[in-house]
Design a protein. Sequence first.
Length: 306
Amino acid sequence: MLKRILRPAALLAAASFALVLPAAHAQQPSKPVKKAKAAGTPDFTKDGAPNLLSSAVMVFDPVTGKELFAKNADAPVPIASITKIMTAMVVLDAKLGMDDPVIIDAADIDTIKGSRSRLPVGSAFRREDLMRLALMASDNRAASALGRAYPGGMPAFVDAMNAKARLLTLSSTRFVDPTGLAPGNVSSPQDLARMVAEAAKYPQIRDFSTTPELHVTLPNAKRPMGFSNTNQLVKSQNWDIGLSKTGYINEAGKCLVMQATIANHPVVIVLLDSWGRLTRIGDANRIKKWIETKKHIVSAQKVPAA
């Protein structure tokens, strides 16, 4: 059951909004998401491998460190909002106050791609809830504000992102901003698989990135604004997803990374540069089917206890 994000009045008084998960969603089972498959696309190739349409792929076993499947996996490419996973890790590593208010500033407006946000300039949000909006709804103003409110400001935050990448020995990874809007944020599927495996160790990132939906009520608003997870698979009863992040800019194509339990084993999936509307979803489903039909490709080790 999903946790409600209903905070004591003393904490909410520091910010200018209320954020709750819909009670109806917590009480009703989610409906299965229909599997997407491009017309005429078989699930497997002639040699039994998953037939994937994404340009760059990595399927990784985080328990054994084994690469289960790779396609163009070693070349650095733009990663769009997958960047926000590193943004969240840097904020959490700094142990900043999650209840501290952070004000959305004009500097958080996207001048790179012109993307929109429903978070008004001048509104104050708890740092924790900005992180939730950045991870589940991929809100760019939320991610920018998190970086800007870091000790030392945005330059120090980007330096911390790159320092974390070096610490994790992500040799093909470089960050230039916390949102992923800049095409200078690059990584390889190999690096991203390790980054996702590391991020899955953070309970907040697991929780926030897999929240299906939430409502935000701003001051003087007549009704709450609804935000949905950018990955429709988190609502599916057919999937057990522990971490999720999507991304898109023109230079990166449509991207998706997940840590999911498949055949009773944790698996990291990285899908980059997908162009069809549902290609990354179809590819994820084909990988899941491939692992379920070839269970020997994952180790017999049990899923670690939460």
